[in-house]
Write a protein that binds this ligand. Sequence first.
Ligand code: AHG
Ligand code: MN
Ligand code: MN
Length: 345
Amino acid sequence: MLTVVKHTATSVVTIERFIIEEERNHPEATGELSGILYDLALAAKMIANKVRSAGLADILGSAESENVQGEVQQKLDIMANEIIVKAMDHGGRLCAMASEEEPGIIQIPEHFRCGKYCLLFDPLDGSSNIDVNVPVGTIFSVVRKITRGRHGELEDMLQPGRRQVAAGYVIYGSSTMLVYTTGQGAHGFTLDPSIGEFLLSHPNIRIPENGRYLSVNDSYENHWSENARTLMRHYKGLESDHKALSTRYVGSLVADFHRNLLGGGIFAYPSNTKSPHGKLRLLYEANPLAFIVEQAGGAACDGTRRILDVEPTELHQRTPLYIGSKNEVELATRLLAGQRELALA
Ligand code: AHG
Ligand code: MN
Ligand code: MN
């Protein structure tokens, strides 16, 4: 029988054009959110550029140390933090920012206009991997201001993740990719370095319902709860007829998450006796990735609650995290609640 191969027309769509087209679905939109996303894409390109030459840091750093002012080489995560702050503080769209690298809220300088959004970000995720040339990333989250004053306040930052209006991440890998959502699906763009543009490469990402990969640092196994240990044995196919997942752990959340988003899988960072609240940060890491994974058909929980429903109480709050394919996260929720028989049904 003759098989007819259908060719779908592919067109080159820049992130800018895509954002504009998405905005058209919202006649009430003022373009402010779109502006934030362009500016973030620009900051991502600047950070990608620094990350690419990270291996040269020592060489450049030693030259720098001869500087009469005695300037020292900045760490890349501090550099990434500054790039984002400088790219975002003057657009007139933000009322404040919060970064994993800074203890308090970052206010918009007095001489710039304040807007109606807050930006929260992890400037360089997995930064300990930089020295060994392993992918790192940037994670961001945007929420609408809810307080009345000109500047953003703590209350604006401490909104549950379900109130995010946009979220995304950038992975600085073998290629640089930006994935974002505004609640209309999760879309991925790959940086074409020859023209310096992010081009739509992964429209409407869907995460497989079942996992293929398990990403967990099981050197903490002895410090997990008994339920978490049992859960991991299920994922590894040692406890039930659950298909054995392949273990993959980069140690950069963005890289582990990205692989699992495209290929199916679960990233788990349980609480342990050394870090009873887990390690990952709710506002800068868990919430934005949870928004993306849900938009892609996956799920995220802290063991008992949907991540996006957790009410934050602190800027740098940590959370246990189970994120990825829907069925794997559901298994986590059931097993961690102790309902072992349900999981096996
Ligand atoms: P960051 O570099 O932003 O501080 O984040 C590091 C995080 C995350 O990227 C990764 O998944 C996790 O730390 C790894 O932790 P362990 O080394 O404890 O496994
Ligand atoms: Mn991080
Ligand atoms: Mn970081």
